[in-house]
Design a protein around this ligand. Structure first.
Ligand code: FES
Ligand code: FES
Length: 178
């Protein structure tokens, strides 16, 4: 194409997108306007990511992009090309629940579970940045999510419990190596 000829996207034109999904390279095709959430679910089959509002309010679609929590309904699939994307499936490698998921189970922090994948991804990001949170900090983080079932209290308890367990494990490990 010459420099003076502007590129015109044709309706229905497909783009190749390659990303690292939960540690594995995956590729697919999408239209320019396709949301990352739809690409993950329909093209790559990662249906653990749920879609609610599709405009950034409910938080159900939260994933990690390059290690940071992000709304996959507010990002185009083409923007994820070449990046690392982690979804809720990545929290349970080898079919075993991760410690955060186990804490949710212990505290009955879900009912219908529709919001849970997104909440788990936000909590996972949050606990990496804030390993010793207060209840107020947890509630503030959760304010970016809508859960219609739980009333949030058991979710807060699960996050605080997981954080406490991780700190205890760290202390044990440090003591072993002292
Ligand atoms: S579906 Fe993305 S924030 Fe609701
Ligand atoms: S557990 Fe049902 S919406 Fe949160």
């Amino acid at each position: 194409m010459s420099k003076s000829t502007p590129y015109v996207m044709r309706h229905g034109e497909q783009h190749a997108v390659t990303l690292t999904l939960n540690g594995r390279e995956r590729s697919g095709h999408c239209e320019t306007r396709e949301l990352l959430s739809d690409f993950l679910r329909h093209e790559l089959g990662a249906t653990g990511t749920h879609v609610g509002c599709e405009h950034g309010v409910c938080g159900a679609c939260t994933v990690h992009v390059d290690g940071v929590a992000a709304r996959s309904c507010l990002m185009l699939a083409v923007q994820a090309d070449g990046r690392r994307v982690d979804t809720v499936e990545g929290l349970a490698p080898a079919q075993t629940l991760g410690d955060l998921q186990q804490a949710f189970s212990r505290h009955h922090a879900l009912q219908c579970g529709f919001c849970t994948a997104g909440i788990l991804m936000s909590c996972a990001d949050f606990l990496q940045r804030v390993p010793d949170p207060t209840e107020e900090q947890v509630r503030e983080m959760l304010s970016g999510h809508i859960c219609r079932c739980t009333g949030y209290t058991p979710i807060v308890a699960a996050v605080l419990d997981c954080a406490a367990q991780r700190r205890a494990q760290c202390a044990d490990t440090e003591a072993e190596h002292a």
